[in-house]
Design a protein around this ligand. Structure first.
Ligand code: ZN
Ligand code: FE
Length: 256
């Protein structure tokens, strides 16, 4: 059983510490900064063994070098972006298995937000660390990839067990909800989720992790097959990825 610690950082980032008690391994996923990670390690009495980076953006790798210097941990990241990952030690590819003590994480290639973006899937733990690919009620912007590529990445996530917990790297759910309601106002599960999210945020409680099951039911970026969304966008009879592309495009200029 893994112990997962969620550390809020910067404005809206989440850093995750993943501790495997029997093998005495501890990984940090996407350390935006080092200080709160070192503090949490200290409080828990854990020794950092791995840094797992989902992609090269500064708010995901900013703590790499300091953490490596202070703990001698190994930095695991995508081979494709090795020049852009500070301090990378282990270059990984789609399907690689990373042993964290007695637990295993599988590497999923999920490009689109950046050209080399990966997710770490702990199948036995029903946990997916997906960086900036899928968010609560949203998905990452297409900085380096195109819509068809991102859609293929999201389809890979959609195919995981619905009970998978989605540990994404940002608390964006509430703002995403406003756009989601524009896309699919008649979706009752979405209305209920948006209300629940508002109540949580009012008390400053994280809305993450979410369950893949609830993303499938409410996240417009996973729902390009929805007839209500298609009708609203005037896109019937086209491939899912084209509907996804239009939803992403509209979100980019959504003011609400
Ligand atoms: Zn990013
Ligand atoms: Fe980010």
């Amino acid at each position: 059983m893994l112990e997962i610690l969620q550390i809020p950082a910067l404005h809206d980032n989440y850093i995750y510490l993943v501790h495997e008690p029997n093998g005495w391994a501890t990984a940090v996923i996407d350390p935006a900064v080092a200080e709160p990670v070192l503090q949490a390690l200290d409080e828990k009495g854990w020794k950092l063994t791995h840094i797992l980076n989902t992609h090269h953006h500064g708010d995901h790798v900013g703590g790499n070098i300091e953490l490596k210097r202070k703990t001698s941990c190994a930095i695991v990241a995508v081979a494709r972006d090795k020049e852009r990952i500070p301090g990378i030690d282990v270059e990984v590819h789609e399907g690689d298995i990373i042993g964290l003590g007695h637990a295993d994480a599988q590497v999923l290639d999920v490009p689109g937000h950046t050209s080399g973006h990966i997710a770490f899937w702990f199948a036995d733990e029903n946990a997916l660390f997906c960086g900036d690919t899928l968010f609560g009620l949203g998905c990452g912007r297409l900085f380096e990839g195109h819509a068809e590529e991102m859609w293929a990445s999201l389809e890979k996530i959609r195919a995981l067990p619905p009970s998978t917990r989605i540990y994404c790297a940002h608390e964006y759910t509430q703002a995403n909800g406003r756009f989601a309601l524009e896309m699919e106002p008649e979706n009752q599960a979405l209305q209920e989720r948006v209300a629940k999210v508002a109540a949580l945020r009012k008390r400053n409680v994280p809305t993450i992790p979410s369950l893949l099951e609830e993303e499938l039911a409410t996240n417009p970026f996973l729902r390009p097959h929805s007839l209500d969304i298609r009708r609203r966008l005037g896109l019937t009879g086209v491939a899912d990825w084209r509907v996804f592309a239009e939803i992403r495009h509209r979100k980019d200029s959504f003011a609400g």
